[in-house]
Write a protein that binds this ligand. Structure first.
Ligand code: SF4
Length: 437
């Protein structure tokens, strides 16, 4: 007789970006409503019968992470620790045939538009009435809200449009319904995401309607912070800046991925904007929203990037003094327009450029943080770590930006609570302070 207890839980691993995480949360909600027992990112496989891996396939490092994770669970299946493995997400959308050939242990491989099929395969039933509902994997006081899927741009280095398809905006009323649902769940901060948020509306309303959407989101009761991510710079809808300035619940924060500042590189990247226009746009944003926090990302090591182009990027960093910067090494991706160019910068040199640019940004960030000492800032508490509470200011998005470590004598702090914090010390990417009630 088999004395082993029958395992029945399904574990879900979500890799990659916040957009992928939202897809995982939708799947979890659907499974939960079908009364399927689920564990998000299970710590142990003791009760796990099957694993679903929501993969990422954007750039080299992300693909490698997905492949490593798949192999880890293939191994667990071979050893009889789990019974089944299912793969979904961007890597499977992009490399389905290869994965079917190379990973025969996978019991199912699905593209990004096959949610009902995956749910059925896992023993559940897809419920259309759950549209907009999700099982939140983030702390209950913040949530990502995806306003569109896909991308209509043709940035030369980017594989996203061939994975996620063309831009499809979600109707405004559907997004507002979801925001209300999230607020009812206790969410206080909404992180607005899509591949390209400033393109929102063109496909379904024949014009850019991000400003209108933000205005409506600002009216959702219970939401105290709304944060704008992935605002593509070309044809930036200026009305958005007025909306941010006018509404106290919309954070004075703009995440605007610039990728480079050199006009020749930007042209080759097909970004639709020059270095000069980029500088003017940054000036305009700062003029319209005084004190705005700017987050951006850059790619270095793009084909043909010369030393003087890197120097131009350094000067730009030093002049603009972005609050937050993400720096990535160029990844040569098949199927993209840049793949026809020679990947001319050796991997070691790309990493050297990333490290050098980030060193410069680290010093800028330190100087900006020093100016905050003695100031009292409003902070949203995320968690407790040891004896300190950890929170974020309006200038910081979860996971990617900096944190505030808080000592609290009041005993009143808890996750999801706003409080005032007087900054006493500042590091390169962190602030330290005391809560004041
Ligand atoms: S805007 Fe450009 S970089 Fe962003 S997802 Fe679209 S094609 Fe990729």
């Amino acid at each position: 007789m088999n004395s082993q207890r029958k395992k029945k839980r399904i574990g879900l691993i979500s890799l990659g970006c916040a957009k992928n995480l939202v897809d995982s949360e939708v799947l979890l909600k659907q499974l939960e409503s079908s009364r399927i027992e689920i564990d998000f990112e299970p710590r142990s496989l003791e009760d796990i019968q099957a694993i679903v891996i929501n993969t990422c396939g954007f750039i080299g490092d992300a693909k490698q992470e997905s492949v490593d994770k798949i192999l880890q669970y293939v191994n667990a299946k071979r050893q009889g620790v789990i019974e089944r493995i299912y793969l979904m997400g961007c890597l499977t959308e992009r490399y389905r045939n290869e994965l079917e050939r190379e990973i025969p242990e996978a019991d199912g491989i699905y593209g990004i538009n096959e949610l009902p099929v995956i749910i059925r395969e896992l023993g559940g039933e897809y419920r259309i009435n759950l549209l907009g509902e999700r099982y939140l994997t983030t702390p209950s006081h913040y949530a990502y809200i995806k306003i569109a899927e896909g991308c209509d741009r043709s940035c030369s280095f980017c594989a996203i449009p061939m994975i996620r398809g063309t831009h499809r905006s979600r109707p405004m009323e559907e997004i507002i319904r979801e925001a209300n649902y999230l607020s009812d769940q206790g969410v206080k901060e909404l992180l607005v995401i899509s591949q390209d948020t400033t393109f929102y509306g063109i496909d379904i309303y024949s014009r850019r309607t991000l400003a209108e959407l933000l205005r409506k989101l600002a009216l959702v009761k219970g939401i105290e912070w709304i944060r704008l991510h992935y605002a593509y710079p070309h044809a930036f809808p200026m009305e958005v800046l007025n909306v941010i300035r006018e509404h106290p619940t919309i954070c004075n924060y703009v995440d605007i991925p610039l990728q480079h500042i050199n006009s020749r590189i930007l042209r080759s990247m097909k970004r639709g904007i020059t270095g000069d226009k980029t500088r003017k746009l940054i000036d305009k944003i700062r003029e319209k929203i005084p004190g705005v926090s700017l987050r951006t990302t850059f790619i270095t090591g793009y084909p043909g990037e010369k030393d003087e182009d890197v120097e131009e990027l350094i000067r730009f960093l030093e002049q603009v003094k972005f609050d937050r910067v993400g720096m990535f090494a160029y990844s040569h991706e098949e199927g993209t327009a840049a793949f026809s160019l020679k990947d001319s910068i050796p991997a070691g040199e790309k990493q050297k450029r990333v490290a050098m640019l980030m060193n410069i940004q680290e010093e800028i960030s330190f100087q900006l943080n020093q100016q905050k000492i003695g100031h009292t800032l409003r902070v949203l508490i995320d968690k407790k770590e040891g004896d300190s509470w950890v929170g974020r200011t309006e200038a910081d998005s979860p996971e990617v930006d900096q944190e505030v470590l808080i000592s609290d004598k009041s005993g009143k702090l808890e996750p999801g609570r706003f409080c005032d914090v007087t900054i006493t010390e500042a590091g390169h990417f962190d602030l330290i302070g005391e809560s004041t009630f």
